[in-house]
Design a protein around this ligand. Structure first.
Ligand code: FUC
Length: 771
């Protein structure tokens, strides 16, 4: 059958095309990742996403591959992972730990205390779109790029004397992925398109200008349907699940995908109807592109960071990454890295979608590393570190929706495992909102996942000052998390202090009574609840109780090697280079250990970090950037940034320390997106810190960043900072007060305080004098 879908006037199309088909960067300060060759591996391909759909664009000449995901395609089924009757063993486990019988405690816990099943479920790749251009064997002037400002992946090249262009974007308003193909000479575009998947259970059908890919996961109840329609001015024919387009000037492929997942308890959705409805409602590409760019820029454009371009800044991104290793004088690369993280958040975490998982939403495997789920003993939280400072508070919303679900599944686990009120989450969760301990008792029993997540609600309030959010959403969830610890904390027979037992210092040292990190998190949660109760003028008795309990929780301790103790007893191995440095949580993202207020503890924390060393997995390096920023040591933070930017050009190499792949995805290795977000947060912490109730400007500026300008950087108290610095010195700053709070500003040893009116700007000079 032959169809003809007229969509464009050829004249307009060609005119627009010639201008944008350029093989050299228009100006290299552009917020673009760009390359002179197609992807050789998945970690070269460029990510796009609209929160629920994600895709990797490979940019091959003769064969384009667009590997895509839909966020709800996971293995498994709705279920509670709680272990019935586990709480009967709690006292015994605690006693064994008190008696120093760790192995026995772990053995009992393995048998009676772990989630059922023991492992959580896996996020799944969905499918691939393959576009074949068999005639394109003479490519020249090749360039592919990811335009962070517009949210579009593009490919340009010439085949003979005909220019070809591909624009690929994932639209949040249209809920679909668009692949627009154009030739700069009329009728020269010929290609075949098909869909495929790596699932054993799959079915590919087509008719007229549409293809349908159905998949079903191997181990679970979820199935997905992806649909693709071709809109073109060329001749369309369909055969054997493949669509051929001939003699076109332009063609757009519109892709939708959906599953039967409705929520963590419900799988009664109709994926075929959902994806058909998306396609039916999808606007034509010109309108969709316009709406997409507006939608993307309305978030992306809230923040800008300008750091100077240097000799290497104009290089393609992969070459620039390699060069950075020995010649890190490329400040603009840090700005690109921060903006890439913001781009990735917009692409993977939009209101109404799920929280960004271990790989954001980008996964090409059925057995991804760590199932590409949510590890909440660092990784999931790290994903959201730059979201408030980077002026993307909307992108925090999916995490809050997940926390709301977890407060329910976690309440069942609190009852079943600890006979406690409130809710908790252990070290992992998945799309089914598992909250019970998983994998192994020596690291799966870690009780402060929900508490740490809850602090994100508090941070959102601190940055936005949104009292309705605090009252309706944040405080009830935070309170539930705190209630759990009121019941759970137990007296340490040796010190008489309250401790968290059983738990562990994430993935280091096995099951213990009273890891330092837990106590820091619980104190922070109690403090957040106290302050919330104060703001909301509610729950005074509960607040008083938390205050009293806080003072009884085991404090931070300095050990014999001068280190901050990771546990209750002074047993830290000072030769260990373990990737987790969890006991420094109170330095970052916590704030109870600070240079001014607790100088001895900050010294001890630094000592601990020095013992651990500068190496680590991607996320570990990223966390260390933030630690050094909070130590106000910009030089050491910059050393860590260099390590995070360590080029890892071959993704099959899984050994060794972390770094960055050619597409700047963080390498654990393997790929894990947390480092992208943690690294960006660390760079922002060098420019401003606001956790201590004042806007501390340029608190840890490294020598490598002497000049720069930032705008739209958000600080707690709902202030938006625009500032410029030169030769390492602040030039001027403009503070926009979004909530009318009093403003305390600090720069070096200078400090100023002034009242503000909501919506007004306040300009200060380098001496912090109001202008
Ligand atoms: C924790 C870390 C690992 C990895 C995994 C996803 O288990 O210890 O390094 O990041 O999460």
């Amino acid at each position: 059958m032959i169809f003809r879908f007229l969509q464009f006037s050829k004249a307009t199309l060609l005119a627009g095309f010639v201008i944008s088909l350029s093989t050299t960067p228009s100006h290299a300060q552009d917020l673009k990742l760009w390359y002179k060759q197609p992807s050789k591996q998945w970690e070269d391909a460029l990510p796009i996403g609209n929160g629920s759909l994600a895709a990797m664009v490979f940019g091959g000449v003769e064969n384009e591959r667009i590997q895509f995901n839909e966020e709800t395609l996971w293995t498994g089924e709705p279920r509670s992972y709680a272990h019935k009757g586990a709480s009967q063993y709690l006292a015994q486990i605690r006693t064994l730990l008190n008696e120093g019988k760790q192995k026995e405690a772990e053995a009992i816990a393995s048998e009676h205390f772990m989630g059922v099943p023991l492992r959580q479920m896996a996020y799944q790749a969905f499918g691939d779109v393959h576009i074949d251009f068999p005639e394109h064997r003479n490519a020249s002037d090749y360039r592919r790029e990811l335009d962070l400002e517009k949210g579009i992946a593009q490919v340009y090249y010439k085949n003979g004397n005909v220019g070809f262009k591909r624009e690929v974007f994932a639209s949040y308003p249209a809920k679909a992925i668009y692949i627009k193909l154009t030739a700069d000479q009329a009728g020269k575009l010929n290609f075949a398109v098909r869909m495929d998947a790596i699932h054993a259970q799959k079915n590919i059908t087509g008719h007229a200008n549409e293809l349908t890919l159905q998949v079903k996961v191997e181990n679970g109840v979820l199935e997905g349907v992806a649909k693709m329609k071709v809109v073109t001015d060329g001749k369309v024919s369909h055969k054997n699940g493949k669509i051929n387009v001939e003699n076109a000037t332009a063609a757009t492929l519109i892709l939708s995908a959906a599953t039967n997942y409705v929520d963590y308890q419900t799988v009664s959705g109709n994926p075929a109807a959902k994806s058909a409805a998306i396609l039916k409602n999808a606007p034509l590409v010109d309108k969709a592109l316009k709406e997409h760019i507006a939608d993307h820029q309305q978030l992306f454009g809230h923040f800008a960071l300008h750091l100077p371009m240097k000799a290497n800044s104009a290089l393609p991104t992969d070459e620039r990454l390699v060069k950075f290793k020995d010649n890190p004088d490329d400040p603009a690369f840090l700005a690109l890295y921060v903006q890439y993280a913001r781009y990735l958040l917009i692409a993977s975490s939009r209101p109404g979608t799920h929280a960004a998982n271990l790989q954001g939403k980008w996964n090409h495997q059925l057995k991804p590393s760590w199932d590409s789920k949510y590890t909440v003993n660092i990784n999931t939280e790290m994903n959201y570190w730059p979201v408030e400072m980077g002026n993307l508070p909307e992108c925090h919303q999916p995490l809050f929706a997940m926390i709301a679900d977890l407060s329910k599944t976690g309440a069942a686990v609190a009852k079943e495992h600890y006979n406690a009120n409130g809710w908790l989450v252990h070290h992992n969760t998945d799309v089914w909102r598992g909250a019970a301990p998983i994998n192994a008792s020596n690291h799966g029993i870690w009780v402060t996942g929900g508490a740490w997540l809850s602090l994100h609600l508090w941070e959102h309030y601190r940055f936005t000052q949104d009292k309705t959010f605090l009252e309706k959403t944040a405080y009830p969830l935070m309170k539930g998390a705190a209630v759990f610890f009121v019941d759970f904390l137990v007296k340490d027979p040796k010190t008489g202090m309250l401790i968290s037992s059983p738990s562990n210092s994430p993935e280091n040292g096995g099951l213990v009574a009273g890891p330092t990190m837990d106590h820091q998190i619980i104190r922070a949660l109690f403090k957040a609840c106290l302050e919330s109760a104060d703001v909301l003028k509610t729950d005074q008795d509960f607040a008083a109780r938390l205050k009293k309990l806080s003072l009884q929780i085991a404090p931070n301790q300095v050990g014999k090697a001068g280190q901050l103790q990771e546990w209750m007893t002074d047993i830290d191995d000072t030769t260990s280079h373990h990737r987790h440095v969890s006991h420094l949580w109170g330095v970052y993202p916590g704030e109870e250990i600070t240079p001014e207020k607790t100088p001895e503890l900050i010294q001890a924390a630094k000592k601990s970090l020095e013992f651990r060393g500068d190496d680590g997995t991607g996320w570990s390096l990223a966390w260390k950037i933030n630690y050094w920023a909070r130590f106000l040591d910009g030089e050491h933070a910059y050393t860590m940034i260099r390590k995070l930017f360590n080029p890892i050009m071959d993704a099959s190499v899984k050994k060794g320390g972390g770094g960055s792949y050619p597409n700047l995805f963080d390498a654990h290795p393997p790929f894990q997106i947390d480092g992208n977000f943690g690294g960006a947060a660390g760079i922002l912490e060098l420019l401003a810190q606001s956790h201590l109730g004042e806007l501390h400007l340029l608190p840890a500026l490294p020598k490598a960043l002497p000049d720069g300008k930032v705008s739209g950087l958000v600080a707690r108290g709902a202030f938006e900072i625009t500032m410029k610095w030169k030769n390492g010195q602040l030039q001027r700053v403009d503070v926009l007060s979004k909530a009318g709070n009093p403003c305390h500003v600090r720069y070096g040893s200078k400090r100023v305080t002034f009242d503000t009116v909501k919506g007004k700007h306040y300009k200060l000079n380098a001496d912090l004098q109001l202008q």
